[in-house]
Design a protein. Sequence first.
Lengths: 205, 205
Amino acid sequence: MAVMDSRERLIETMSELMWERGYAATSPREVRERSGIGQGSMYHHFPSKRDLALAALQRNCDDLLPASEELLTADGEPLDKLTRYLSQPKDALKGCKVGRMTQDPLVAADPVLLAPVANAFERVHQALARVVREAIDTGALNAGLDPERLAYLLTATIQGGYVLAIAHQDRRPFDQARAGALDLLRAATTGSGAAEQSVPANKEE
Amino acid sequence: MAVMDSRERLIETMSELMWERGYAATSPREVRERSGIGQGSMYHHFPSKRDLALAALQRNCDDLLPASEELLTADGEPLDKLTRYLSQPKDALKGCKVGRMTQDPLVAADPVLLAPVANAFERVHQALARVVREAIDTGALNAGLDPERLAYLLTATIQGGYVLAIAHQDRRPFDQARAGALDLLRAATTGSGAAEQSVPANKEE
DNA sequence: GTCTATATCAGGATAGAC
DNA sequence: GTCTATCCTGATATAGAC
């Protein structure tokens, strides 16, 4: 494999910085310094910070989507798939490299930058809704539950979990929120008794 | 009531801007221009942007906390209180003026600025956990459920709902995530049959 | 307390040589 | 494609008069 070229290094570096600091708070200078790429070279590949950000954002989406999509479309019991979705190892204190973008004023106000984010969430949502629907259809979850609502709830649990973890500077709220969602899913299991077992908290990334 | 003085106007304006753009992306210049307060006056009251931000952040926390705390500590059925908590009118596309701060790189990295945010989340969490515990103790929710987990789940649902709403530029995912949480709570109701009624989606703020 | 003027530095980009 | 030099603006203050 050839050594990573300048363009690639720029995208890689910008992706990291956007995860760490967001878009607005990341400066071209930081990208140059961390990547070791010169000024001229940078503007040769990307005419503006925004162009580089778009490429980096796309990259971050491509980094995250496959894992969730593959997990959710694999064979297996629908409830198992939801459990695995809610148990993926995550660095709670770093936040989500995709979800974080929605809180960046420059991204949220820019339809072009927001598009890959919207697309990523949409795809995960569809995959989740499909699995939830399957769970209901096969009788694993109570009839009468709404797949759309539950799918949004599960994604929101993760995204909100990051907020809590960062606020408390502690990953436990993230893990507990996810565990709470699993507990409630189990409680909504057809034929569940009152004393349904609760799952143990998720451990370290 | 006397006309609002300069100091007050500065805090008010900074609070708005931090809600709209976050801390890092808000400049002293914008505060001056929107508030109509002069440069000298501003730095007379607040020696730095950070000092002003701290006051504004405190203000934003004080704006939000009372409503949730009063709602959760009022008399009434615990499940009703949780329902009301999840049905508070919110402008989903604007995001949470407190939760958003966790995604601001300058705030998350600054323990002093993060403190009021952590405190606000902690208080809501405690109030929520108490209500959930009450629901379990009175038999309204299944025994075996964990109050801590459910409390974190509910807050995460709201905070994550904002992320989804902004990503999709549509408030419905926010409402649906909250509705999904209510559906699952109802499913975890002791003695709930399989065909528990689901609640209608929340309407407009 | 408030005003105007000034200072410093970083952000974001362009120019033109190699 | 990459480098160095340069440019302009805005962010974040400080100075000192009123």
